[in-house]
Design a protein around this ligand. Structure first.
Ligand SMILES: NC(=O)c1ccc[n+]([C@@H]2O[C@H](COP(=O)([O-])OP(=O)(O)OC[C@H]3O[C@@H](n4cnc5c(N)ncnc54)[C@H](O)[C@@H]3O)[C@@H](O)[C@H]2O)c1
Length: 338
């Protein structure tokens, strides 16, 4: 298949491009490089043994997006978005304009060029604060406390409405839990700009000496060790989940399909710190500070639907995630900029 990957210069996108190439697909990337790196796409090409075309285009630019889609694709995997939860609440207009605007122009161009198959990066954040744990796909109403999360809720709705109006659309909504880890080669991985927003990239930067210590937000949650629990999932498992979801919507019924991509298990912040210490052989200094407003104590996926319908489940452990993150971080202490 000819697949266009939006946001393919970013973290999850670059790993998915490599998996698609390994499975014989013909892949091109579109990314404005606001948070991605051309070097990531170059390294993916190096690992796969063939060049990957990168179109440096902002998806909110309708003419430029149309020119990319005019090259002819069978399907799109749509990762491109701004994703910093805290920043989104301070810059709601920028987040709505980018995340919703890019989806509008993309889908409009797809329709014009007769491409109606899309896999969308949604998130566990759409379950909101009230959903019972573990999260199941048919839970309603979807909601989210952040502007970022609302862009995912709204984009899911838009894709659902478009598919209801035109039965030719084939749509997969993939709700990821907490992707971490890196390709085991250490050539590609997560390269956050500035201070990392997520736990594992922060731990990795402490381990490599870029930061002094980690703040653990909240030590008095109603969990086994008092720290928050999340469902961590290896980015390679996430990448493979996209390829099987794409195959399923191409080969199966048209319309909208929703799948959680999670392991079904919670891991606490302290468990993750200790796993990383084992993987890196380094001590991670940390201090427990106040809870962060809006953080939930513990949640994880019910992964049954993806297992039954896609034959997909996670195969990599928390130790694998920490080992591969450490390989990436220790070989690339400054990320792609070194
Ligand atoms: N990483 C996570 O924890 C997580 C969890 C759930 C969902 N997601 C979603 O998965 C997707 C990929 O996440 P990621 O962690 O790889 O993020 P990332 O920032 O590494 O990748 C997103 C890419 O999109 C590009 N981009 C953003 N706006 C664009 C625009 N207007 N035009 C063209 N390119 C644009 C960025 O340059 C970047 O390369 C995002 O939609 C994100 O919201 C991520």
């Amino acid at each position: 298949m000819r697949v266009l990957v939006t946001g393919g210069a970013g973290y999850i996108g670059s790993h998915t491009v490599l998996t698609l190439l390994e499975q014989g697909h013909d892949v091109e990337v579109v990314d404005n490089l606001v948070n991605g790196k051309a070097e990531a796409v170059r390294r993916v090409g190096e690992l796969a043994g063939r060049d990957v075309p990168l179109h440096e285009v902002d998806l909110t630019d309708a003419d430029a997006t149309d020119a990319v889609l005019a090259r002819g694709f069978d399907a799109v995997i749509h990762f491109a978005a701004l994703k910093a939860v805290g920043e989104s609440t301070q810059k709601p207009l920028e987040y709505y304009a980018n995340n919703m605007g890019s989806t509008f122009t993309l889908m409009d161009a797809m329709r014009r060029h007769d491409c109606r198959t899309i896999v969308f990066s949604s998130s566990a954040t759409v379950y909101g604060a009230k959903a019972p744990v573990p999260y199941v796909e048919d839970y309603e109403p979807l909601d989210s406390s952040s502007t970022y999360g609302q862009t995912k809720v709204m984009t899911e709705r838009i894709l659902t409405d478009v598919a209801a109006a035109d039965p030719a659309w084939r749509v997969a909504l993939l709700r990821y839990f907490n992707p971490v880890g890196a390709h085991p080669s250490g050539r590609i991985g997560e390269d956050p700009q500035g201070i990392p927003n997520n736990l594992v990239p922060f731990i990795a930067q402490v381990a490599v000496g870029r930061r002094d210590r980690l703040s653990v937000f909240g030590g008095d949650y109603p969990t086994a060790d008092g720290t928050a629990e999340r469902d961590y999932i290896h980015v390679q498992d996430v990448a493979e989940g996209h390829v099987v979801a794409l195959d399923a919507i191409v080969g199966g019924d048209a319309g909208v399909h929703v799948w959680n991509l999670g392991s079904g298990q919670g891991t606490s912040v302290l468990e993750m710190i200790h796993a990383f210490e084992r993987a890196s052989g380094r001590e991670i200094p940390y201090e427990v500070v106040d809870r962060r407003p809006g953080d939930l104590p513990a949640f994880w996926a019910d992964p049954t639907k993806a297992e039954q319908e896609l034959g997909w489940r996670t195969s990599r452990t928390v130790d694998d995630m920490c080992r591969d993150t450490w390989t990436w971080q220790s070989q690339n202490p400054q990320g792609y900029d070194a």
